[in-house]
Design a protein around this ligand. Structure first.
Ligand SMILES: C[S@@+](CC[C@H](N)C(=O)[O-])C[C@H]1O[C@@H](n2cnc3c(N)ncnc32)[C@H](O)[C@@H]1O
Length: 194
């Protein structure tokens, strides 16, 4: 089954419901402050941010508050049930700068060079998000000099994920702080003007 159909499947949404509850739980908020993690990713006022795999919006709302009215957050996920939860939270918070998008992150359909930052928070590794396909798409949608931030969970993947991103040749690692690895988008080589 294709990723988009999978994300709309009743069975998948039912199976994912407990994970969604955990992702948005008070216990998680007590264990980790989303604002602190977003600060480690250097999310700033005015940025246009793409959040890949936003789930039930644990990071979405604080990110939208941090970028403010001059910026925006594109909250992208493939799972329809999760996005309904995000939509309810965004409406309840009265936020106008969140764009909720049900898309496969490997083919976002977003304009090239239209974003300042991509957040890959808690989504790597994930079977439907192979870095070999995800990174070129993230490179495409980011403008020149824009950044990619990856929050890794669990710690077991800390060794290979940052290395694999650097080895792609598309991003260069800058700072790492509080399990967040920051990268800057590199220009493509020679014939490519991106
Ligand atoms: C472990 S959850 C993390 C959710 C959120 N980032 C958090 O930390 O609370 C992974 C999310 O990635 C989404 N996802 C997986 N593959 C995807 C794809 N190819 N395109 C878009 N979203 C995807 C899933 O639906 C799920 O919501």
């Amino acid at each position: 089954m294709k990723t988009m159909a999978l994300g709309n499947s009743k069975v998948v949404n039912l199976l994912f419901t407990p994970a969604g509850v955990l992702m948005g739980s008070k216990l998680r908020k007590w264990l980790m402050n989303p604002e602190t993690t977003l600060c480690a990713a250097e999310v700033q006022s005015g940025q246009r941010v793409l959040e890949v795999g936003c789930g039930t919006g644990f990071f979405t709302l604080p990110a939208a508050q941090m970028v403010g009215d001059r910026g925006c957050v594109v909250a992208l996920d493939v799972t329809s049930g999760f996005l309904k939860v995000v939509a309810r939270k965004v409406q309840a918070a009265g936020l106008q700068n969140v764009h909720i998008l049900r898309r496969d992150a490997l083919a976002t359909g977003l304009d090239s060079a239209s974003l300042d930052k991509v957040l890959l928070f808690g989504v790597i590794p994930f079977p439907l998000l192979p870095l070999s396909k995800l990174l070129p798409e993230m490179h495409r949608v980011l403008r020149s000099g824009a950044t990619l931030s990856v929050w890794l969970f669990p710690p077991l993947v800390h060794n290979w994920v940052p290395k694999a991103i650097a080895q792609s040749g598309l991003f260069h690692q800058t700072k790492a702080h509080r399990n967040v690895y920051n990268f800057v988008r590199l220009p493509r080589k020679a014939h490519d003007h991106g």
